[in-house]
Design a protein around this ligand. Structure first.
Ligand SMILES: Nc1ncnc2c1ncn2[C@@H]1O[C@H](COP(=O)(O)OP(=O)(O)OP(=O)(O)O)[C@@H](O)[C@H]1O
Ligand SMILES: [Mg+2]
Length: 408
């Protein structure tokens, strides 16, 4: 067992906040894994903080002076994954004008973090298994077997056992990767950490923007801890940023009280969304579970957007009674009236010329398309950020953009 001081030192070294025993256990496992060369599989929902784990493993391992690469397998188009991971020879495919080393070659002697490993296509999974078993790999377009010494850490927010049972992920690779499993708990599994994290984020933002401190009432705290936080710490951080953007005043010496009523405006309402998806075999012409998950998240977000629009209207109605809010520099000159300054102005909702209000219910495709366009727009066309906001992998987003023929 690590002592409390040692544990704390590791956590602060990697900016990890929280004292919950389940989180401490994950950190301790990462530390212990560092002294072996076994493959580590980091699991946990989206936004829980999986990305710190491989860094801890690398930093405390004998490989710490060698290279560390993090590769997001979900962010690389399927056709180029093998070349990214294993390299290619000159002329291996159209556009391969030069020979290129892959990550396994580059990271020789070091650590390779394969994030979103469930997104690897099956042929690449076979190649990954080979390199894990023997250190051997072949560049695309070559027949020469090369060798490397790379420690692999993989992460996923997908239930890999289920992916195995659906034939999407190789069972042998799963067992190989899972030599040391490290589970990073969801935020709702460590409710004691929620307030701690939230306060830390608020303090960071008020320091960054030089704004007032925010003081949370007991009701506001209760709302925070009662909420499910499906987007985990990433979502908590966003809410802290929105709250601090809209409720602070520009004097760092002042403090502002946050009532439950104010806090409620920033926390999405949870009830009311049930998605009528057909049950049965995913591949029988219906929606895949990735699609279902995306649609669910999109609808969820749509609901949050509607709530925000409601808040705009309500706030507009009561505007004359309210003290002006001071905000950290918004990104354009239009008046900000939504509790979401970082990303939205009313114009961003594309109401007006481009959109007519339709009476018929929107189809799932139309809803998805709109949400994807809005997310891309809010994130300046950056797919990785838009995908993270929508809670889907970059690959799924890429596929949807192609499928819906979305122009950017
Ligand atoms: N314990 C923590 N203390 C402080 N910040 C944290 C903690 N855990 C996560 N974060 C922050 O939360 C955000 C999300 O973390 P991270 O990117 O590691 O999530 P993830 O588990 O990799 O999610 P995904 O599966 O969606 O990629 C990051 O901004 C990270 O800095
Ligand atoms: Mg991640």
């Amino acid at each position: 067992m690590l002592s409390q001081e040692e544990l704390q030192r590791i956590k602060s070294g990697f900016d990890i906040i929280g004292n919950d025993a389940t989180l401490n256990y994950a950190v301790e496992l990462a530390y212990r894994a560092a002294f072996t060369d076994l493959t580590v599989l980091v699991t946990g929902e989206s936004g829980v903080g999986k990305e710190s784990i491989p860094k801890i493993v690398h930093q405390y391992s004998a490989r710490k002076h060698a290279k560390y690469f993090a590769v997001n397998c979900g962010g690389i188009p399927e056709g180029t994954i093998d070349s990214e991971l294993f390299g290619h020879e000159k002329g291996a495919f159209t556009g391969a004008s030069e020979k290129r080393k892959g990550y396994f070659e580059e990271a020789d002697g070091g650590t390779l973090f394969l994030d979103e490993v469930a997104e690897l296509p099956l042929p690449s999974q076979a190649k990954l298994l080979r390199v894990l078993q023997s250190g051997e790999f072949i560049r695309v377009g070559s027949s020469q077997v090369l060798k490397c010494d790379v420690r692999v850490i993989a992460a996923t927010n997908v239930h890999l056992e289920e992916a195995v049972s659906r034939g999407k992920f190789r069972a042998d690779l799963y067992y190989r990767l899972n030599a040391i499993p490290i589970y990073v708990p969801a935020l709702r599994e460590r409710p004691g950490d929620i307030e701690l994290l939230f306060r830390k984020f608020l303090a960071d933002f008020s320091e960054k923007y030089r704004t007032s401190r925010l003081r949370l009432s007991a009701e506001a705290k209760k709302l925070l801890t009662d909420y499910r936080w499906p987007g985990n710490i990433r979502q908590l951080k966003n809410v802290a940023e929105q709250l601090s953007a809209f409720e602070s005043v520009s004097d760092p010496r002042q403090s502002v009280d946050i009532s439950g009523e104010i806090m409620a405006r920033y926390i999405p309402k949870e009830q009311g969304i049930t998605l009528p998806v057909k049950s049965g075999n995913d591949d029988a012409g219906g929606l895949s579970s990735a699609d279902k998950e995306m649609i669910f998240r999109i609808l969820y977000q749509l609901k949050a957007d509607v709530d925000r629009l409601k808040a705009i209207v309500l706030q507009g109605e009561g505007a004359e009674n309210q003290a002006p809010k001071v905000l950290p520099a918004p990104h354009n000159d239009s008046p900000i009236i939504t509790p979401h300054a970082e990303h939205y102005t009313v114009d961003d909702y594309d109401m007006g010329e481009e959109h007519t209000i339709v009476d018929r219910p929107l189809s799932i495709q139309e809803v998805s398309e709109e949400l994807i366009k809005a997310a891309l727009k809010r994130n300046g066309g950056k797919r990785s950020a838009a995908a993270a906001e929508l809670g889907i992998s970059e690959r799924t987003l890429y596929r949807k953009i192609k499928e819906y023929n979305i122009k950017m």
